[in-house]
Design a protein around this ligand. Structure first.
Ligand code: HEM
Length: 569
């Protein structure tokens, strides 16, 4: 009898604790949300149906779409087909939570402009990333983010960062790799995939920028032997790119599963994380041991600039802090934000150039008009200012590429407190929407760039000319570098007739400028050297596929053939 009573009491307590109280709390929260929405004059957003087993169907569909190379399209396809083409903001119920997806530029402007007060990146994003790159500018929230941004952002204002001599060295090795696809005496290359070469090129550049030591993935023979540091393994230079790629693929899936990421067995992920930490830790230790002499002997080509003039993020940061964890994490945060993004952008540019011979010819004319042909005897004839200021068509091609194939196609924020979206609620979708604290909003950059109401009926066409004529300021329908306080490092001037020009805009946004300079530099070099470009993908008109692991690159690579210009052989 006693045991039965005890048993029943335990069951009762269990039900109260795990079923009744949570259910009651949920009902109370629902009532509170409804009252708060009325008080603020809000109406609900159109709500999509719950899908699949326990409501996890949308997550699974999203993961499948990513696997099939159409992750960024999934948002457009599902909203268009289930809710209608004129619906921009929807509520998506998933198991026990709701998220919001919006492709309305006004809603996105509101969210990004109120980042830090009402919105920030979600703790799930930072927790997914932290094991790989540690707390730093890209992953931190709140006060820690402010500290990181104040530490890292000024480093990108330094002039030395746009080191064209350094780019030229690595581009030279890039050309050697291209030439291996061309038989002696033949002007045409065989068909090959340009994309992996671009990833190697940007890895070589960015590791030199961040750690003062290039991994020389393009030509390992260029690597300088590193000294021994007692208690530290020599950095695994050959595999750092592989570990970054592997780690990021895991993060993409962890991020997509949001608070259910613990369901994933992540042993392999943690191996990538350990390898990357070990790599960066070695350079941090060397900087701490050597102090101002850190850069001495870290590369073969000390003659470009004296070591005191050479830009290296780790070296600059170490002038401000000696905290080894910070010195390891901040460069890794920047590595993750800066390497693959630039490679993916250049890859997509050549993907489109190969399919649009008219654009290729027009761009090549601009390149030759500004810099002349490639002369083997005088390879570094490219100056910074004309590269930045005198290439309107190059900027238009970059802009259009980032619209049609945004390198960061999906972003997110989470509500830090109860807040309101300015529009999208109610039957006419013109009322504010109440958003309870903790709700995540997905920001589909790709869908914003494919919105007929912002871009016109030819929105699906690759047309760089749209950036040269008519409206050039598409507001928050065009946010490839993000917006608000957490945008890619730098600051855009407030909108004015002057700032609607892409040329002026790039002056104020440091990493965007760095990206444009790097992408333009590589493109100028390639177009000087090669006078024809052909699409070698088979089938020729295969649909565009996105390989989305944080950054978005072409799933089928950049399959091309190029013909060397007569004077460059
Ligand atoms: C095509 C090239 C690039 C694109 C499309 C791009 C895009 C972006 C976007 C969308 C964000 C905002 C993320 C958010 O809102 O949560 C961002 C942030 C950031 N980007 Fe870039 N980026 C590019 C290149 C670079 C480069 C070259 C660097 C550095 C070398 C860099 C460093 C950063 C950093 C550190 C942040 C974090 C800023 C913060 O949270 O305060 N990015 N980038």
């Amino acid at each position: 009898m006693f045991f039965t009573a005890t048993f029943l009491s335990i069951i009762l307590i269990f039900i109260l604790l795990h079923v009744w109280f949570p259910w009651r709390a949920k009902q109370e929260e629902k009532e509170r949300i409804a009252q708060e929405a009325v008080r603020r004059g809000c109406l609900p957003a159109p709500t999509m149906s719950k899908k699949g087993f326990l409501g996890f169907g949308r997550l699974i569909e999203g993961l499948r779409a990513t696997r099939d190379g159409r992750g960024p399209n999934y948002v457009i396809d599902s909203i268009d087909s289930e809710m209608g083409k004129d619906v921009d903001t929807v509520l998506v119920p998933i198991f026990d939570y709701n998220l919001i997806v919006s492709r309305d530029p006004d809603v996105i402007r509101h969210v990004l402009s109120n980042t830090l007060t009402d919105w920030d990146i979600s703790e799930h994003r930072s927790e997914s990333w932290n094991p790989l790159v540690g707390h730093g500018i890209f992953t931190a929230r709140g006060e820690h983010w402010k500290h990181s941004r104040a530490l890292v952002r000024p480093q990108f204002a330094l002039d030395q960062i746009n080191d064209l001599f350094m780019f030229e060295r690595h581009v030279g090795q890039f050309f050697e790799a291209m030439d291996r696809h061309r038989a002696i005496g033949n002007r045409w290359t065989e068909a090959f995939d340009l994309q992996p070469y671009l990833y190697n090129l940007t890895l070589d550049i960015v590791t030199e920028m961040l750690f003062g030591y290039s991994v020389h993935s393009q030509n390992p023979a260029e690597r300088v032997e590193l000294p021994e540091i007692r208690g530290f393994n020599t950095p695994d230079r050959a595999n750092i790119g592989k570990h970054m790629d592997g780690g990021k693929a895991w993060i993409e899936t962890r991020g997509a599963l949001w608070k259910y990421r613990w369901l994933l067995p992540c042993g392999e992920f943690y191996k990538h994380c350990a390898a990357i930490h070990e790599y960066a830790q070695w350079f941090v230790q060397l900087r701490l041991l050597r102090g101002d002499k850190y850069l001495d002997g870290l590369q073969q080509h000390d003659s470009d600039n004296s070591n005191s003039e050479r830009y290296c993020l780790l070296n600059e940061l170490a002038k401000l802090t000696q905290d080894p964890t910070e010195l390891r994490s901040q460069p890794l945060n920047v590595l993750t934000a800066g390497r693959d993004t630039t490679a993916a952008l250049i890859g997509w540019m050549f993907y489109f150039l190969a399919r649009h011979p008219r654009v290729f010819r027009k761009l090549r004319n601009e390149v030759l008009g500004v810099f002349g042909p490639f002369l083997p005897s005088c390879p570094t004839n490219i100056a910074f200012r004309p590269l930045r200021d005198n290439m309107p068509y190059m900027n238009a091609v970059i802009n259009e590429t980032l619209r049609v194939a945004p390198v960061v196609p999906l972003n997110e924020r989470v509500a830090l407190r109860d807040t309101v979206l300015p529009t999208g609620g109610g039957p006419n979708r013109d009322h504010p929407i109440f958003v309870p604290k903790g709700t995540q909003i997905l920001i589909p950059t790709y869908a914003l760039g494919m919105r007929p109401r912002s871009w016109g009926e030819d929105y699906a066409k690759f047309k760089p000319e749209r950036w040269l004529t008519g409206a050039k300021d598409y507001g928050f329908a065009y946010i490839p570098f993000g917006g608000g306080s957490r945008q890619c490092l730098g600051r855009k001037l407030p909108s004015s007739p002057l700032t609607s020009s892409p040329e002026i805009m790039v002056l104020t946004n440091f990493t965007e400028q760095l990206t444009r300079i790097k992408a333009s530099y590589v493109t100028v070099r390639l177009l000087q050297r090669f006078d024809r470009l052909r699409n070698a993908e088979r089938p020729y008109d295969a649909p565009m596929k996105f390989h989305h692991t944080i950054e978005n690159r072409s799933e089928s690579g950049v399959q091309i053939r190029m013909r060397a210009a007569p004077w460059s052989i």
